[in-house]
Design a protein around this ligand. Structure first.
Ligand code: PLP
Length: 481
């Protein structure tokens, strides 16, 4: 078992230690920690001992960790040092090991990345990481609540009415998550097997919902590859893959699912319309995973209602980066809610979905405190999503100017960075971003997803660009031809 000591900035560093070169401090720390077992016990780890307090900013020391964890720790230290990783590697054997050591899957996963104060870091791993503001928390505290299983929570009722109106649908259902909202919808649409669901091969409902379609519905899935790498499903593709045959060997398509935005890319409304007309013409319902329909709406100016008119059911998430709807009359700081998605559809469909939500254990009681956060986001902190999108364009352009590529164009809040032109992988960039106090997912891939939201400012991005500029200048021969 690794023993992890976390040193915060508040940890007292004797001035003699603070003045020592980092490599020397690390060496003394390692020597001490290899000594008596008693010293390794956290209780025996007294702040007064100089050698224990070596890594003031890297802040994490892992003792007797598995090799890959040691690698992660060293890399995190290197990333937090004042030197670029290459120079850090030259400074000491430990850092050299990190540079030469085997690359692990990702050293910046949630499990492995250790930072002393998450709130002091901008976080571009996802737009789900936003935190509620004090005002939003206040609104949650003040929310009138009741038992929603009895239909008696006034705040949830208000949210459901509001979102149904916004989407132009008869009814709505508050769900705990986007996954629940999608899966309840899919289950509610499917009736008599054998059946199959047609969706984009990259769809969240297929790839990131724990096999929910198979588990909850026992349905086959026809996963259709999009038109091209950055493309979307088209009516022609859907026609080609839709199963209408009555042959007993087949599993007829009983539901089509689309996603908008998908990987940050907006699905063209003409394709949506054509697919919807074709599918509905066959008497097959069509569901939208609209977790980020807000972003599509902000990017195109097409209203949520217009988008929703092409679907029988839509799942809208409130826990992502923010919102941009006509309900907001007070532009301001854009905030995501901590929890919640709303499923919209016909009265009959939502009544059925409500039943399945109960079956899945998702009928909550005084959950109006959560719905209040969603309402608050709609009414007061209207997301300045177009600003977020502008930040994403700024960052994409700046990275291209540094010699990086873009795996696909920046359309909304996601930047898909291609590190290959500089001979780098995502981990290399993640380490540099960490120095700029920005948390990102790394890994061995040369494509890196960077997701912006309202809690990543232009200043954060400028800091990142400055660090990356310094880093890229040190690459020299590593740079790909
Ligand atoms: C497109 C899409 N759909 C659905 C979900 C599921 O949302 P949740 O994490 O609330 O279950 C996500 C989550 O990020 C998503 O990106």
């Amino acid at each position: 078992m690794p023993i992890r000591f976390v040193l915060s900035p508040a940890t007292r560093l004797p001035s003699a230690v603070a003045a020592m070169p980092r490599a020397a401090v690390r060496a003394r720390l390692a020597a001490r920690l290899a000594a008596p077992a008693a010293l390794l016990r956290p209780t025996a780890f007294k702040p007064a001992a100089p050698a224990q307090l070596a890594v003031a900013t890297a802040a994490v020391v892992t003792v007797a960790a598995a090799p890959e964890q040691q690698h992660a720790t060293r890399a995190a230290e290197a990333a937090a040092s004042e030197q670029p990783p290459a120079a850090g590697a030259a400074a000491g054997a430990e850092a050299a090991d990190a540079a030469d050591g085997p690359r692990t899957a990702s050293i910046y996963t949630r499990r492995q990345l250790a930072i002393e104060d998450p709130q002091a870091f901008a976080d571009v791993r996802s737009d789900t990481v936003t935190r509620p503001s004090p005002d939003m928390l206040q609104a949650m505290i003040a929310a009138p609540v009741g038992d929603d299983v009895f239909g008696e929570d006034p705040t949830i009722n208000e949210l459901e009415r509001t979102v149904a109106r916004l989407a132009g649908k008869e009814a709505a259902l508050f769900c705990a998550s986007g996954t629940m909202s999608n899966q309840v919808a899919i289950r509610s649409h499917l009736t008599q097997p054998p059946y199959s669901v047609l969706c984009d091969a990259r769809a969240h409902v297929l790839n990131h919902e724990a096999g929910g379609i198979a588990f909850h519905c026992g349905a086959a899935v026809v996963a259709v590859p999009p038109r091209e790498h950055t493309g979307h499903l088209t009516a022609a593709l859907v026609k080609r893959h839709l199963i209408t045959s009555t042959d007993i060997h087949t599993t007829p398509t009983r539901l089509v699912c689309l996603e908008n935005t998908l990987n940050g890319s907006v699905m063209p409304i003409d394709d949506i319309r054509a697919i919807s007309e074709f599918v509905r013409g066959k008497g097959i319902p069509i569901h939208l995973d609209g977790a980020r329909l807000w972003n599509a709406s902000a990017a195109t100016g097409i209203s949520i209602k217009d988008y929703c008119s092409h679907f029988d059911s839509v799942s809208l998430c409130f826990s992502k980066g923010g919102f941009n709807t006509p309900l907001c009359s007070q532009p301001g700081q854009c905030l995501g809610a901590p929890v919640g998605s709303v499923l919209v559809g016909s009265t009959e469909f939502i009544a059925k979905a409500r039943h399945f939500r109960k079956l899945y254990g998702g009928a909550m009681r005084q959950a109006g405190i959560l719905a209040a956060a969603c309402l608050y986001a709609l009414d007061h902190y209207f997301p300045t999503l177009s600003e977020v999108h502008a930040n994403a364009r700024y960052f994409g352009d700046a990275l291209v100017a540094l010699g990086f590529g873009l795996d696909r164009p920046v359309e909304t809040n996601m930047v898909w960075l291609d590190t290959a032109p500089l001979g780098l992988v995502a981990d290399d960039v993640a380490k540099v971003l960490l120095k700029a106090r920005i948390r990102a997912f790394g890994g061995e891939d040369t494509v890196m997803r960077i997701v912006l939201h309202h809690q990543v400012s232009r200043e954060d991005l400028e800091r990142a660009v400055a660090e990356l500029t310094v880093y890229v200048a040190t690459l020299g021969p590593r740079r790909a031809a």
